[in-house]
Write a protein that binds this ligand. Structure first.
Ligand code: SAH
Length: 216
């Protein structure tokens, strides 16, 4: 009951922050954030804050997820790529809004746990991969939409290559220890049109393949 009320409050806040698209709001409504956060933080699942998850990573702040989802402007028939599965919460929201989502995560534990949650929620249009997001998912390219949920110093060239014509990429740009800026990039032929979205703070997009995490 409590979590229902908290979720309603969060939805109200997202509306106040300018998220008016009913498809996006119902995606937020239908995905239970509490199953994606650590047991310790369940009581805070519907607060507008980022929270720690396994492997020293974070589940993003709901209002930032909303800004990114809105900027992506997903259509129901689109194929999208996400870099940085993390908890899988954002993936589950995107899965409600497009035909199929391909999501890459460098931490094996996080990818496996997220896949279990998609199964539990009967979300069947997500493909997960453990790997280096800098390489994207070439076998499935081009993508109409690409979301990067970790900050890079510049847009990874291989991801730009995998963005289809007219496609949109949303990505935080900046170094790990400074303010970062969330951008919406749109491909128009060879040109990339760049638009400012928000000042943000993300964990870094780490170069160099799969993380050697200890499995518990
Ligand atoms: N959208 C996620 C955010 C997770 S934080 C959520 O809301 O839960 C960003 C994630 O990007 C982390 O899980 C981190 O491990 C992952 N990541 C960082 N660098 C990566 C890379 N090069 N390739 C794939 N995943 C990466």
């Amino acid at each position: 009951m409590n979590s229902l009320m908290n979720k309603a409050k969060l939805l109200l806040l997202l509306r106040q922050e300018g998220v008016t698209d009913s498809r996006i709001l119902s995606a937020f409504e239908s995905v239970p954030r509490e199953i994606f956060v650590d047991e310790l933080f369940k009581n805070h699942a519907y607060e507008n804050v980022s929270l720690p998850i396994d492997c020293g990573q974070t589940i993003s702040q709901p209002s930032v997820i909303a800004i990114m989802t809105k900027a992506l402007d997903l259509g129901a028939r689109m194929k999208a790529l996400e870099i940085g599965t993390g908890s899988g919460y954002q993936t589950a929201i995107l899965a409600r809004l497009c035909r199929r989502i391909y999501t890459v995560e460098r931490h094996r534990t996080l990818s496996i746990e997220a896949a279990k949650k998609f199964h539990q929620l009967t979300i069947h249009n997500v493909s997960t991969k453990i790997g280096d997001g800098y390489s994207g998912w070439p076998a499935q390219a081009p993508f109409q939409r690409i979301l990067v949920t970790a900050a890079a110093v510049e847009p990874p060239p291989r991801l730009l290559e995998q963005l289809g014509d007219g496609g949109v990429m949303v990505i935080p740009i900046g170094s790990a220890d400074s303010e970062q800026t969330l951008y919406r990039l749109q491909r128009e032929g060879e040109k990339i049109i760049k638009n400012f979205l928000a000042d943000v703070r993300f964990v870094p997009l780490v170069k160099g393949g799969v993380a050697e995490t200890k499995e518990e």
